[in-house]
Ligand binder design. Structure first.
Ligand code: CP3
Length: 355
């Protein structure tokens, strides 16, 4: 019996033919696929329950907990894809960098990277550093059946911003001081982070992830010329490193209206768009040959149902002429979102776009 006729082969074929992966490949879809960034997390009571008393980073290293949390939004919302439950700082933690995720704050780094000597903290990431990732993804792919699993990583700029600042930052002043003040050290830092990120994405793809998303959440802080010169080479290196697997590569950032074209050029198959740029205009900026993902403002979910549906309709109308559209929010689900409004939104998009 050939591999493709085995139950596993049949599952792989059905996953390949899912609406989500078809939209990423810009093929015709039975309905517009939907998933939400941060769909697993504090908006769900079942998440808060299983996380009780367990620190965020500890939970990322427990495969049975990761599996359960990743599946929760799929069960509840009928989304078209799962996203692996983890955090962008997990590979850094795995190589021994002293950092923690502080509740309500975000990642905090004990010894920020600001000199060439500090770079020694960043060594190569080996699959053996993250055995829980390989294990959890293996289980998830079996449990998810035909629903695709998205792997992810933080992009070099966004990771560098946490490492250089030592924590979350509004203005990224230390990061920019290094970028403009010591371009050589900056380039070496981003190159190291690109290698780590690429290695982390490879682990996830080899374990069975069907797509990957690179989160460059804070890169919207840069002007296009600085992005092109100081960030794009590292992000391109990440995308090139995983190109041969043939899985869709999604590239996302916030406030990136002026960077959308370059973010596509960096090597993405799908460009994530926040709510500030309508999708038809985003498509003009990104150009042909790439799908778009987005872009409902996550705060809209706090409005009454009719208003949510009217705003979702606007997103669908702006996406009408696109080659490929994956419906998502323009950034992550906000912690106090009513989960029922997410479930209704999935239903609405599916029903409005059924072909
Ligand atoms: C910038 C960034 C981080 N982490 C991430 C990004 C990029 C995405 C984005 O722009 O939102 C990525 C991330 N973090 C988490 C996921 C899970 C998968 C998903 O459902 O999308 C993903 C994709 C879990 C998490 N990561 C974190 C939580 C909350 C911690 C908790 O539940 O205790 C979750 C569910 C913690 C975290 N980790 C980080 C922040 C800013 C925070 C929030 C701090 C807080 O408000 O408490 C860094």
């Amino acid at each position: 019996m050939s591999a493709n006729h085995s139950p596993k082969g049949q599952q792989q074929t059905a996953t390949y033919d899912s609406a989500f992966l078809k939209a990423c490949r810009r093929e015709p879809v039975p309905h517009t696929p939907v998933w939400f960034m941060r769909q697993a997390g504090r908006s769900l009571p079942e998440y808060r329950k299983v996380r009780e008393g367990i620190a965020m980073l500890d939970s990322c290293m427990r495969p049975e907990l990761v599996t359960e949390i990743t599946l929760q939004p799929v069960r509840r919302h009928n989304v078209d894809a799962a996203i692996y439950f983890s955090d962008i700082v997990v590979p850094l933690k795995a190589m021994g960098i002293d950092l923690d995720i502080k509740p309500g704050v975000g990642p905090v780094v004990a010894h920020p990277i600001r000199t060439r000597a500090d770079l020694a903290q960043l060594r190569d990431l080996e699959p053996g550093d993250v055995p829980y990732v390989t294990e959890a993804i293996g289980t998830l792919v079996r449990e998810l059946g035909t629903t695709p699993l998205i792997g992810f990583a933080g992009a070099p700029f966004t990771l560098a911003s946490y490492l250089v600042e030592g924590g979350p930052s509004r203005n990224h002043e230390r990061t920019k001081a290094l970028m403009y003040g010591d371009p050589r050290l900056w380039a070496d830092l981003l190159d190291r982070l690109a290698e780590i990120t690429a290695a982390f994405l490879k682990v996830q793809i080899e374990a069975g992830a069907s797509a990957v998303q690179l989160f460059d959440s804070w890169v919207g802080a840069l002007a296009p010329a600085d992005y092109r010169r100081s960030v794009m080479p590292a992000s391109t290196k990440v995308f090139d490193a995983v190109a041969s697997y043939g899985v869709p590569r999604i590239h996302f950032g916030v406030g990136t209206g002026e960077l959308l074209g370059l973010m596509g050029e960096a090597g993405a198959d799908v460009v994530g768009v926040d709510w500030r740029v309508p999708l038809d205009e985003a498509a003009r900026r990104v150009g042909p040959g790439r799908a778009l993902q987005g872009n409902l403002d996550p705060a809209v979910l706090f409005a009454p149902r009719e208003a949510v549906e009217a705003k979702a309709r606007e997103v669908l109308d702006a996406a009408a002429g696109l080659e490929g559209h994956v419906f998502n929010l323009g950034h992550g689900v906000l912690p106090h979102t009513d989960p029922d409004s997410l479930t209704r939104l999935v239903e609405y998009v599916h029903q409005q776009t059924a072909r």
